[in-house]
Design a protein around this ligand. Structure first.
Ligand code: ADP
Length: 182
């Protein structure tokens, strides 16, 4: 199950799967602001990558909502993990779209700043943090498309969606916005 579009020189792809298995240069974690680990994709990444990633997170200390920090990938195939902190969703009127956009944008900046070419994202904030999936997909995909337009550094930005339902929502939104803008 996969879909892709090309925007400028970057392939944006959607796949259904488990992000801990990705072989991109970096994978993004949906972290919390204490970088303390937890359930969902965060727990899965720390389990798969081993304790070294948490040691690095402890040294960094934390990360504000709407931003991201980078560590190594420990035992993962990906050489780096970017820990992005998305917002907890309340009603959409408490800065959630801006914070979600910031989490994606800072992750993309860190990818480029570290000379990396390929990065994989989970659907940030749409699990325990409760962000409605279609709205989150729109913010995520628009932010990525806006970022890669007019740049050449990134070869691949992939979204790894954990369920078929999430994959289908992202696909619908990508078809809608790439039809208009890409
Ligand atoms: P948040 O707290 O930001 O909402 P969660 O980890 O609870 O983060 O959920 C974010 C998304 O990650 C959810 O859609 C969830 O289904 C998904 N997810 C959980 N495990 C994995 C995994 N191994 N690979 C990719 N996505 C995952």
């Amino acid at each position: 199950m996969s879909v892709e579009v090309k925007v400028n020189s970057t392939v944006i792809s959607l796949v259904k799967g488990d992000i801990t298995l990705e072989e991109t240069d970096a994978i993004v974690n949906a972290a919390n602001s204490r970088l303390a680990g937890g359930g969902g994709v965060d727990g899965a990444i720390h389990r798969a990558g081993g304790p070294g990633i948490m040691e690095e997170c402890r040294k960094i200390g934390g990360c504000s909502t709407g931003s991201a920090v980078i560590t190594t990938g420990g035992r993962l195939k990906a050489r780096h993990v970017i820990h992005a902190v998305g917002p907890v969703y309340r009603d959409g009127n408490h800065g959630e779209p801006e914070a979600l956009k910031g989490a994606y944008r800072r992750s993309l900046e860190l990818t480029v700043e570290n000379g990396l070419k390929t990065v994989a994202f989970p659907s940030i904030s749409t699990g325990a943090y409760g962000y409605p999936i279609a709205e989150a997909a729109r913010v995520a995909l628009k932010t990525v498309i806006e970022f890669v337009r007019g740049r050449k550094e990134l070869e691949l930005v992939r979204f790894v969606l954990f369920s078929e339902g999430d994959f289908n929502r992202y696909r619908e939104v990508l078809e809608e916005i790439s039809g208009k803008n890409a």
